[in-house]
Design a protein around this ligand. Structure first.
Ligand SMILES: Nc1ncnc2c1ncn2[C@@H]1O[C@H](COP(=O)(O)OP(=O)(O)O)[C@@H](O)[C@H]1O
Ligand SMILES: O=P(O)(O)O[C@H]1O[C@H](CO)[C@@H](O[C@H]2O[C@H](CO)[C@@H](O)[C@H](O)[C@H]2O)[C@H](O)[C@H]1O
Length: 481
């Protein structure tokens, strides 16, 4: 029998877990309210057992009540009786436990013991445990393994993906029963909202339909946790595991290198446009679509106006463009709209990989992290994704120019954007430029989203979207009859 974690329910600990987690969390990339200290309340927890019995593994769900909206975070922790070798960067802090003595507390995602047990959970090899009772299964945590992925997976190593992410992804080096490498990646969602996570559901539907434009499915972990208002419970996803493509770089890095080398990106952008159109048409086949209604147009355009308001409160100088911005959105409201369908939702160069022998593969269908989940799971306009990628080419150029004052990446950006649209048009049979009013409105909408995103996360990049707002408005004026 495996050792089980003994819960010392009467023990005292100092500092408390929340006292340790709060200041640490404020420094994490995925903490949404940058610059403000979290005000945490524990919502729930569950555990995994360490087969060796040495390490405590607990996942806390905490709610940050310090801001205008309550935000639920997933915080997996490991508790150790001695420091984890090489784990200093992932140390949340130390605490004194009245029964166990000194405990070193780590961000679980960086602890190989948590990683191995999370993988075992996804593969259906271990049972989730209750947070506050020893040797008691936790039925509210539900793992699902996709039948196409082998259970005969031998884990050889794990590591956390580095870089700027909204969530924390762990890469697992694994071998299958024949000894062949079968690496996979498991994303631990950091911000939790009630409802289906589109990352899991949309990619799941595409993979199920045999699309090679998304990684193969390994499995997911869902859970039901007490809702923040204490009235009921919420169901959502905690983690999602997929096939991992080692040695591939996302297109953002490839694009930046291409700009640096003054290398044309048109062929790759054209193929990316075609891959995007292919995914859109597959999504329209396998997931619900909706005819556009006056109400849907009104709601979407109201969302755009709301983004302007949010951006203007971060960057008051935008008010100088208020009338022209409103005019772009008014014209979108009067335009003819295509049917609504499921889309990627936060499409940019960091979300696509060029995989050898397979072409473009799309990742991260979670939608924009700043939008409520209820909006992100509704059918939307495919042009939102097209606009997102156009913005991303512009971002690549903008970030290059910022790092190399006096240099001009405009021609590179224009060529990449043009080729992307050509590729999309050739594959889908409809050129997004025929819906120019919508294309402009969605690019402007995205740039306003980016203003808020950068103001909160990377203020030094703020001028990239603010410059784009002005450029888009100038271009829109040229298009006016
Ligand atoms: N299946 C995969 N194979 C290879 N690299 C991946 C895979 N999934 C994600 N990545 C890498 O991880 C990065 C972040 O993944 P993403 O799903 O966008 O996470 P987040 O939701 O945290 O932003 C991607 O830009 C890509 O470089
Ligand atoms: O973390 P996610 O990938 O889900 O998305 C968020 O972060 C992105 C930044 O990493 C952000 O994208 C913006 O910056 C990109 C360059 O880093 C650029 O290519 C995109 O065009 C630009 O929107 C994304 O908006 C945000 O939701």
């Amino acid at each position: 029998m495996l050792p089980v974690a003994e819960i010392h329910s009467t023990a005292s600990i100092s500092p408390t877990k929340l006292e340790l987690v709060g200041p640490w969390m404020a420094r994490q990339r995925w903490y949404a309210a940058k610059g403000r200290a979290p005000v945490l309340r524990k919502l729930w927890s569950w555990r995994l057992d360490d087969p060796s019995g040495d390490v405590g593994i607990e996942t806390l769900l905490v709610v940050d009540e310090g801001g205008p909206e309550q935000v639920v975070y997933q915080v997996p922790l490991t508790y150790r009786g001695a420091p984890l070798e090489g784990g200093q960067h992932a140390l949340v802090g130390t605490m004194e436990h009245s029964v166990l003595g000194s405990r070193w507390v780590y961000d679980g995602t960086h602890d190989p013991v948590y990683a191995a047990q999370l993988l075992a959970l996804v593969l259906g090899q271990v049972t989730p445990q209750a947070g506050s009772a020893s040797d008691t299964a936790e039925p509210a945590v539900v793992p699902t393994r996709h039948p196409s992925w082998t259970t005969q997976t031998t884990l050889t190593a794990s590591r956390v993906l580095s870089g700027e992410q909204s969530n924390t992804s762990i890469i697992f080096d694994c071998l299958d029963e024949s000894g062949a490498a079968k690496p996979l990646i498991c994303k631990v969602f950091r911000t939790l909202q009630a409802g289906e996570n589109p990352d899991v559901v949309v990619q799941g539907a595409l993979a199920e339909a045999g699309s090679l434009r998304v990684p193969g499915m390994v499995g997911a972990v869902a859970a039901t946790w007490p809702s923040v208002d204490g009235e009921g419970s919420d169901l959502g996803h905690l983690a999602f595991a997929q096939e991992f493509f080692p040695g591939t770089e996302d297109a953002w890095r490839v694009a930046l290198r291409a700009i640096a080398a003054d290398e044309d990106f048109s062929d790759r952008a054209r193929e990316l446009g075609a891959a995007t159109a292919e995914v859109h048409s597959r999504l329209a086949e396998v997931m619900p679509t909706e005819p556009v209604t006056a109400e849907a147009v009104a709601t979407t355009v109201a969302g755009m106006r709301g983004r302007y308001a949010a951006a203007a409160s971060e960057v008051p100088g935008l008010a100088e463009h208020e009338q022209r911005i409103a005019a772009v959105f008014d014209r979108a409201a009067d335009a003819s709209w295509p049917a609504l369908q499921r889309i990627h939702g936060d499409y940019h160069l960091g979300q696509v990989l060029q995989v050898n022998g397979r072409g473009w593969v799309l990742l991260d269908f979670e939608g924009e992290p700043l939008r409520p989940l209820s909006e992100r799971t509704r059918p939307d306009l495919a042009v939102r994704d097209v606009a997102g990628m156009l913005r991303s080419f512009d971002y690549a150029g903008g970030s290059w120019e910022q790092a190399h004052p006096g240099q001009d990446a405009r021609a590179w950006v224009d060529a990449a954007q043009r080729a992307f649209l050509e590729g999309y048009a050739a594959q889908s049979g409809r050129d997004p430029r025929e819906d120019a009013v919508l294309l402009t409105a969605f690019q402007l909408d995205k740039a306003l989203y980016e203003v808020v995103y950068e103001a909160r996360n990377r203020p030094t990049w703020l001028t990239i979207p603010t410059t784009a707002v002005v450029r888009l408005l100038d271009d829109a004026r040229k298009d006016l009859p």
